[in-house]
Design a protein around this ligand. Structure first.
Ligand SMILES: Cc1cc2nc3c(=O)[nH]c(=O)nc-3n(C[C@H](O)[C@H](O)[C@H](O)COP(=O)(O)OP(=O)(O)OC[C@H]3O[C@@H](n4cnc5c(N)ncnc54)[C@H](O)[C@@H]3O)c2cc1C
Length: 313
């Protein structure tokens, strides 16, 4: 980005992680300037874990640091600079303005919101210090590390149930911990769950603590019926109590779903002209690096077409 960039030929991207970085590359390849804002450090959720699996081209997985360094190299090869700024508001218009917490104002003819999401946690002792050492919020990502071992899944929503089913195919045993006495599930999923021989239900229980020195050793649960506690020996605890999108700064500017995720069409177009959303921040069925990168590419091209006046097919 040059100091005298032309807002008419620029797109502001909020979030420098897989979705935002991918959008930036597709925009630069279309000869459009990019202003990229990031409030923590490039990489996003990737940096919350040590290794990344399921990304094509890395059969043995890759360390998070290596992957983010590769992403940054790719950005540098297009002279894309990441500005350390926290977006606090988007002012829509023919030229859109992104305001930041330092009082900055960044303008472009389009904005790509790629601010991602954050997994919700339980807030119990042991959870933070054992995160990445047996505590995970992503069964699809980390399940493979627990082949033949004992794990617990905490949560009673659809994602938690999917995690239980997914892990039951890999691990020796899954303890399914849920604070209510039953799941609100119907149909096939419910039947599939009931037929899993290596799943033990620990319903009407809450997690009190995750126990371990350098690695998870057990999870302490408390009965909601009689307040009794017990420790269940496990190697891993998968917390699946939902994720929250990083959309607070948008107020009610964009249409969102019940979970607060931004609604888009398949071109990543949001409810406000000139604003696109990509990656974990939008309503989608799968939240992975590959889907974020794909969303970013689609959003980048759609934003480029918006700038050049080419209609989106
Ligand atoms: C523990 C864990 C393990 C995972 N393991 C895997 C795995 O093995 N394989 C896999 O494919 N996926 C994995 N994932 C999922 C993957 O990391 C995400 O799907 C992916 O990072 C989403 O990318 P994103 O660009 O949409 O958003 P994010 O990665 O969430 O990044 C959003 C970025 O926006 C920034 N931002 C937010 N708000 C603002 C603001 N107001 N102003 C400026 N910047 C802002 C954030 O700081 C962040 O850098 C894992 C996730 C977690 C949490």
């Amino acid at each position: 980005m040059s100091a005298n960039y032309d807002p008419n030929n620029s797109v502001v991207i909020i979030g420098a992680a897989p979705a935002g970085m991918s959008a930036a590359i597709y925009l630069k390849r279309s000869a459009i300037d990019v202003v990229m804002l990031e409030h923590v450090a490039p990489g996003g959720q990737i940096m919350r874990t040590q290794g990344i699996d399921n990304y094509l081209g890395f059969p043995a997985g890759t360390t998070s640091v290596d992957l983010v360094m590769k992403f940054q190299e790719h950005l540098s090869s297009f002279d894309i600079e990441v500005l350390s700024e926290t977006a606090s508001k988007i002012v829509p218009g023919e030229i859109l303005t992104v305001e930041t917490s330092t009082g900055g104002k960044f303008q472009g003819k389009a904005v790509v919101v790629a601010t991602g999401a954050r997994p919700k946690l339980l807030g119990v002792p042991g959870e933070w210090n054992l995160f990445g050492k047996g505590v995970s919020t992503c069964a699809v990502c980390d399940g493979n590390f627990y082949k033949g071992l004992m794990v617990a899944v905490v949560g009673g929503g659809t994602t938690a149930v999917e995690d239980v089913i997914h892990l039951s195919r890999l691990v020796k045993k899954v303890y399914h911990i849920h604070r209510r006495d039953q799941l609100r599930l119907a149909g096939e999923t419910s039947d599939e769950l009931a037929n899993l021989a290596n799943v033990e239900r620990v319903f009407s229980h809450t997690v009190e603590e995750i126990i371990g020195e350098d690695q998870v050793e057990a999870v302490r649960v408390k009965s909601r019926k009689d307040d009794s506690t017990r420790d269940i020996k496990v190697d891993g605890v998968f917390i699946s109590v939902g994720i929250a999108p990083n959309t607070e700064f948008l107020g009610d500017l964009l249409s969102v779903d019940d979970g607060g995720f931004i609604k888009t069409d398949d071109k990543m177009v949001t409810s406000v002209e000139g604003i696109f959303a990509a990656g974990d921040v939008r309503t989608t069925d799968l939240r992975q690096v590959c889907t974020a990168v794909a969303d970013g590419a689609v959003a980048g091209l759609a934003a480029a077409k918006h700038l050049t006046g080419i209609a989106l097919a």
